[in-house]
Structures are given as structure tokens and as C-alpha cells.
Design a protein around this ligand. Structure first.
Ligand SMILES: Cc1ncc(C[n+]2csc(CCOP(=O)(O)OP(=O)(O)O)c2C)c(N)n1
Ligand SMILES: [Mg+2]
Length: 733
């Protein structure tokens, strides 16, 4: 249903009505009521189905129907972009989603176009309509919508970048954009308390993005009233100072007034004047969800006041009063809606459930496997101009060179993060007054100068902002390669990293994907780095399905793996050890612009026959030092394996080595307990038990924090001496 009519005010057929109903025609007003009524009745049907235990969850859009339909009329499906929240049933219907598609999600059917039975009902995701997969954490959609709006604008400025090809992720990522497209994002009044909301306002305002924020203010967040969330009780008053915005505050139970607010806001955004903010006052007549009974915290009088503003009744009265429909017409429309719904319900209840074997589908890209032989290449080292072998470079140099070459090759790459630009005040660069910064570790130095400020720029000091925007951009087909300045400060982005970025593909059943790259400076051994500049913690992230995690120990691997990260079709967390950035160990000449290394392939750093040491990152050079000493002094030959990639990891290489040596140490820099080595040790114990001549040992940091005083730091982090002792012990076991 939901035949979409052209809703541009300029295209109004009946001129006489143009002023009267804010440009909406009689047919549109009838259609609005049909959509609103369908939305409400669909909620009612789902509630019944839940009570009959035929579906497993229900959350309604009741009371929010008018604002949804108004937005749906003012904006364009499959043209504009939508980041709705769970109360936006009427919006999705107005954009063209069918009740049947919604019911398929409620029953958890294989054919559910939103998620294939993976997400709760009202978690909208309809690629054909540009309705982008939503999740359950309140507010995590907002920064992604910012990134989406940025991506649309970027493609408009760089249309060549939208082209397919390139023998990489771009082959599988269709880009669609329109010069004057708008992004819609909605949230509840309670959700305005989330920090990510304010981070999004910041960037939308600063960058004058074509983004409409919609606050559906029903005065409650479950049982918590708006004045507890919002000082003064009115969000419009708080945000009024943000520059560049067009603001609207409306009665969101009135579809005509709300439509006008959306039409003005959309026009403002389409002409690229900046973002818009629509604060719509709505009601919530059905409690928060079926698990909530609002009578426990709202007296009858208050609830009755809300009921008097019910948008369904109001719209019905409006149509009657204006003579647009008479009672018979209303009855006919309602009857038709209910009959259609019955058909949809009957059909949905018959729908087949998903296959249990399908649960691991789309955790990663089904199109491009970064572990495959396609990514096996050899370095191609060009001789210097004097014909001599080029000088070995540091890891920092090669990462910088790789970023530069990839940016040249792929115009979809954008780089942002804290301090990554050469200089935000461009005129200083133009007037050659300064040299430029390019990252606190200088990894991005010169990239802004080479590729321009719309491809390399500073973010606000807000890590969720960085990862959330990157997720939105990657969803649209850009390749953000963003930087988290210190691993120690990745935690504000944890919601995006745990619940969003790596889940986009799986939860949308391959409807969307977000293959962004997050570079993170990690690790200790800094002499003075202390607690908050030395952290590891990689196992927190290897525990997240859907996220590739890479941790190189030397310059050559960093170059090859970073290139694979950029070209691949999955989100990648790329750890760069700060201590290794400029180390003498592991320097290499630049391996050329096409050097890639497959993920999940370990490197045997040195072969041995007596003990296997499985490690990665900054422990590699320390373990090598210990192994060489052990061989010199005791003739013990250690096989040293550098995993390089932590998810996926090279189980085969470990198994081959353990079968050979029958003794194994897993060594890592992070604190011992629950660390990355626990998984490897468990798997060895499980699958290679009969190969072992000694217990599986772990060498790692003490279960404490990394202290400032170098004596303490040495005692806390695993040193070559600790590794030496553990290797010697195990050899003698
Ligand atoms: C980050 C997060 N915290 C808590 C919840 C649980 N929760 C779900 S909805 C909700 C209230 C949301 O209120 P509001 O933003 O006003 O939207 P409304 O439901 O009123 O439309 C809460 C606390 C959640 N989903 N996500
Ligand atoms: Mg609310």
C-alpha cells in the first residue's frame, strides 16, 4: 500500500487548497489518515499476536503517527536517507514499507526484509527505501546519520569516487547519491540525554550538514519524565544556540502543521543552508512497551490529557470537519485497512522461519575474503635514483606511505580523527606560515596538503563521533580510515564499536555494510607512558564478531596489512604499536603500492624445534631477543610465530608448530588474566592435547595497570628476561 504521491508544495494540484492545508491535497490528507490508521491498527494487531504468543516482542509507534506521516510526505524514499527509531512505524509506512514486511519481522521470518529474523520488530532496515538498519541502543543512530549526510555531500563534490571498480570492496558497494538529498534522523526526548546526541549536533552544526534531527517528545523515557532528562523540560530551548540550524517546534499530533515544519526544514537542508531541528510534541498512549504499565507512574488525569490529543482521533475529526471525508468515507477507509491487515497477518503467520544453519551468514562480507590467496603478494622494492637498494623505513614511514598511495588510488578514502590534519586553519598552510602537524605521531603528516581538506580533516575531541560518523560514511560507500589517537581513549567509542560498526551487515541480513578502517595507536614500553598512554586490551575487540583485528609487529607487515584493511569489505580495527613506530627492529623499504598481505596468516619469525612461542606486536622483538639468547646459552631452538592478525588468527600455523615442538608459550603484552592468550591456550589444550609434552604457558603483563615510574613499568610489562625464563623453564619441563 502507501502509494506515494508527489508532495512538493510547488506541485500541488489544487491551487485553492495550497494555503489551507500547507500545500497538502485532499487526496494526500486522506492518504495520511490511511497511513496513520494502518500504523495504529498494525500496533494493535501485533499486541494481540504478542498476547497470543505468536510473536516475541512488541513496541508501538502509537501517538507518533502524525509526525511520521508528515516526514514521509515531505521527504523522498529511495532518494533521501533515513535513520529512524523504533516509534517510526508510520514514517516507514509512508515511505513505502508494507505492513506485511513489518509483520515478517515480528514473526522473525526468513523473508523479513529488515533483518531476516535477527532483530526485534520495529527495528527498521529497508535498503530499497534508504531506511538504514537501526539497533536498540538509544541514540547510536545519530552520529551515523551525520556520517551519512557527510557522505552524500562528499559524493556530490567527488562524483568520480562513486564509480565502481578498483578490484576491491568498491566492486560490491553501489553508491547512490543526489545533489540535494537530505538525511533524516529521529530520537525520543529521553535519548537527548545521550552524549552522542550532542556530539552529533556539534558536527552537523559545524559542517552545516543537510541533516534533519527530529525529536519525538512524548514526555517520557519509559518512566522517567522529560524534566529529569532535560533541564527546564524543553530541548528546543537548550539547543537554540547551535549555529547554522533551522529550528521548528511543533505539535507533532497535527500532521498538517508538522508537514509544514518538515517542508520548510527539508527546503532549508536541500538548499544547503545547514541542518534542521524539529521538536515534535507527541503522546505515548500505549505505555513504553508491552513490558511496561504506565499506570504505575502516570495518574489517570495526565493520561487523559494525552488521550485528548490522540493524533488518530484528531485527524479523523479534521477530515470530517473539513468535509474531506464523511462518516461513511471514514468507515470505508478503516474497514479496508483492517481487511488488508488481516490478509497480511495471515500471510506473515505462514512465513517460513530462518534456517538455524544461517546464523553465521553475513558476520563478514560474503563477497571478498581477506584471508584468500588474492591477497598474497611479494614486496616490489624499487631501486633508488642512484641505483642502490632503498633505505629501510620505519613502521611510521610505511604506514604514511601506504595511506598516501591508497588515497591516490581510491578517491573514496577520507581520513579524520584528532589532530590528523596538517592544519585546520588552511590559510596558515597556504601562506606557508607553518609546516603542519599530521597526527600526534605524525602518521598522517602531509596528507591534507596532498589531498585537500575535504579528504583529511580534524574531528572534534570525541571518539564516538569519530567511529559513529565513520560507520555512517562507510554505510554509504565511502572508505573512512579514521584514527583513535590512543587506545586508552577508545572507550567513548565503545557503543559504536561493540553494538554498531561490526554488526551492520549481520543485523541487516546483508542489507547494509560498513567496511571502515579504525587505526589505533596502542601499547606500552614507553618509559613514562603510564596508565593512560600504555594500554593494550585487544581481546576486548577480538571478542566482537564482525570485526577484523590486526596487530603488526614490523614495518613491512604494517604496510601490507593496512592496505588489505583498506581494500577489504569488512570493518577493521588496525592496531599500531606506538613503541614500534620508529623502532630499528623491523624496518623495511617501501614494498610498493600494491603490496598486500592476507588476514589470518601468521609469520614464522624464526624456525625452531624445541618450543613454540606464539605472540604478536611489541612482544615479537622481545621474544626474539630471548630466543636468540636461549639458543646461544642453552642450545634450545625456539620457533617464534608472529600472529600479525588477531581476528581471524592463523590456527593452522599454531597447530603445525605445536605438533613439531610439543611445547608452547603464548606471550602477549596485555595483562595476563582473560587476555588474548587465554583463547589460544584453551584451543591448544582442546585440540592439541595429545601433542603436548608440557603444560601450555602464558607470559603476559601483571594483572594491574602500567605505572609511570620506569622501574614499575619494567616490572609490570613482560620483558625479554621474563620470556627467557619462561622458555627455559618450559624447555626443561
Ligand atoms: C543506551 C540504552 N540505554 C537504555 C536503553 C533501554 N531503553 C529503551 S527505550 C528507553 C527510553 C527511551 O525514551 P525516549 O528516548 O524518550 O523514547 P520513547 O521510547 O519515549 O519514544 C530506554 C531507557 C536502551 N535501549 N539503550
Ligand atoms: Mg520519550
Amino acid at each position: 500500500m502507501a502509494t506515494k504521491v508527489d508532495t512538493k508544495p510547488a506541485a500541488v494540484a489544487d491551487e485553492k487548497l495550497a494555503g489551507k492545508y500547507q500545500g497538502l491535497t485532499r487526496e494526500q490528507l486522506i492518504d495520511a489518515y490511511r497511513l496513520m490508521y494502518t500504523s495504529r491498527k498494525l500496533d494493535d494487531r501485533e499486541i494481540l499476536l504478542k498476547r497470543q504468543q505468536r510473536i516475541y516482542f512488541q513496541i508501538s509507534g502509537a501517538g507518533h503517527e502524525a509526525v511520521g506521516v508528515a516526514a514521509g510526505f515531505a521527504l523522498k524514499p529511495s532518494y533521501d536517507w533515513f535513520y529512524p527509531y523504533y516509534r517510526d512505524r508510520a514514517l516507514c509506512l509512508a515511505l513505502g514499507a508494507s505492513p506485511y514486511e513489518m509483520l515478517l519481522q515480528a514473526v522473525g521470518a526468513a523473508d523479513d526484509p529488515n533483518s531476516g529474523g535477527r532483530q526485534m520488530p520495529s527495528h527498521w532496515s529497508l535498503p530499497k527505501l534508504n531506511i538504514v538498519t537501526q539497533s536498540s541502543p538509544t541514540g547510536s543512530q545519530i552520529l551515523q546519520a551525520v556520517g551519512c549526510a557527510e557522505a552524500g555531500r562528499y559524493f556530490a563534490a567527488h562524483p568520480e569516487a562513486a564509480k565502481k571498480g578498483g578490484d576491491d570492496y568498491r566492486e560490491f558497494k553501489d553508491v547512490r547519491f543526489h545533489e540535494d538529498e537530505v538525511t533524516y534522523v529521529s530520537l525520543g526526548d529521553g535519548t537527548t540525554s545521550e552524549g552522542e546526541f550532542w556530539e552529533a549536533l556539534n558536527t552537523a552544526s559545524n559542517r552545516k550538514l543537510p541533516l534533519i534531527f527530529v525529536i519525538e517528545d512524548n514526555q517520557y523515557a519509559i518512566s522517567v519524565p522529560v524534566e529529569v532528562q532535560t533541564p527546564g523540560g524543553n530541548i528546543s530551548r537548550l539547543v537554540a544556540g547551535f549555529p547554522n540550524f533551522h529550528f521548528e517546534e511543533v505539535d507533532g499530533t497535527d500532521p498538517v502543521e508538522t508537514y509544514a515544519a518538515f517542508a520548510r526544514s527539508a527546503a532549508y537542508c536541500r538548499e544547503r543552508s545547514g541542518p534542521a531541528f524539529i521538536h515534535a510534541h507527541v503522546i505515548r498512549p500505549y505505555s513504553h512497551s508491552l513490558s511496561d504499565d504506565e499506570r504505575l507512574y502516570r495518574p489517570d488525569a495526565e493520561r487523559q490529557q494525552d488521550a485528548a490529543r490522540d493524533p488518530i482521533t484528531r485527524m479523523q475529526m479534521f477530515l470530517l470537519r473539513e468535509g474531506i471525508l464523511d462518516e461513511k468515507g471514514i468507515n470505508r477507509l478503516e474497514k479496508q485497512v483492517e481487511e488488508d491487515l488481516q490478509v497480511a497477518v495471515d500471510q506473515a503467520l505462514e512465513a517460513a522461519p530462518p534456517r538455524p544453519e544461517s546464523v553465521t551468514e553475513y558476520v563478514y562480507s560474503p563477497y571478498l575474503d581477506p584471508t584468500s590467496a588474492v591477497f598474497e603478494t611479494q614486496p616490489s622494492v624499487a631501486a633508488g635514483s642512484d641505483g642502490k637498494k632503498p633505505a629501510p623505513k620505519t613502521m611510521a614511514d610505511l604506514i604514511n606511505a601506504t595511506l598516501r598511495d591508497e588515497m591516490r588510488r581510491d578517491e573514496r578514502i577520507v581520513i579524520f580523527g584528532e589532530d590528523v590534519a596538517d592544519c585546520s586553519r588552511e590559510q596558515y598552510l597556504q601562506e606557508k606560515l607553518i609546516k603542519g602537524k599530521g597526527g600526534v605521531f605524525k602518521l598522517t603528516a602531509g596528507l591534507q596538503c596532498d589531498f585537500g581538506s575535504d579528504r583529511v580533516f580534524n574531528s572534534p575531541l570525541a571518539e564516538a563521533n569519530i567511529v559513529g560518523r565513520a560507520t555512517g560514511m562507510a554505510t554509504r560507500g565511502l572508505k573512512p580510515v579514521v584514527e583513535i589517537q590512543f587506545f586508552d581513549y577508545i572507550w567513548p567509542a565503545m557503543m559504536q564499536l561493540r553494538n554498531e560498526l561490526p554488526l551492520i551487515r549481520w543485523r541487516s541480513n546483508n542489507g547494509f555494510s560498513a567496511p571502515a578502517v579504525i587505526r589505533v595507536a596502542i601499547g606500552g614500553y614507553l618509559t613514562g607512558g603510564a596508565i593512560y598512554h600504555s594500554q593494550c586490551g585487544e581481546s576486548v575487540f577480538t571478542h566482537i564478531p564482525g570485526l577484523r583485528v590486526v596487530f603488526p609487529s614490523n614495518a613491512l607487515d604494517a604496510a601490507g596489512l593496512l592496505r588489505t584493511a583498506i581494500r577489504c569489505d569488512d570493518p577493521v580495527l588496525f592496531f599500531e604499536h606506538k613503541r614500534l613506530y620508529r623502532e630499528t627492529f623491523g624496518r623495511a623499504p617501501y614494498p610498493g603500492p600494491d603490496y598486500v598481505i592476507p588476514f589470518g596468516k601468521a609469520k614464522v619469525v624464526q624456525e625452531g624445534t624445541d618450543i613454540s612461542v606464539i605472540t604478536y606486536g611489541a612482544v615479537v622483538p622481545r621474544a626474539l631477543q630471548a630466543a636468540q639468547k636461549l639458543e646461544r646459552e642453552h642450545g634450545v631452538r625456539v620457533e617464534l610465530i608472529d600472529l600479525r592478525c588477531l581476528n581471524p588468527f592463523d590456527w593452522e600455523a599454531i597447530a603445525v608448530s605445536v605438533r613439531k615442538t610439543n611445547r608452547v608459550i603464548v606471550a602477549y603484552e596485555d595483562s595476563l588474566s582473560w587476555g588474548y592468550g587465554a583463547e589460544i591456550a584453551a584451543r591448544i589444550a582442546d585440540e592439541l592435547f595429545d601433542q603436548l609434552d608440557a603444560p601450555v604457558r602464558r607470559v603476559a603483563a601483571k594483572d594491574t595497570f602500567v605505572a609511570y615510574q620506569p622501574i614499575l613499568e619494567d616490572a609490570i610489562l613482560p620483558q625479554a628476561d621474563d620470556l627467557f625464563r619462561a622458555m627455559k623453564d618450559l624447555a626443561e619441563f
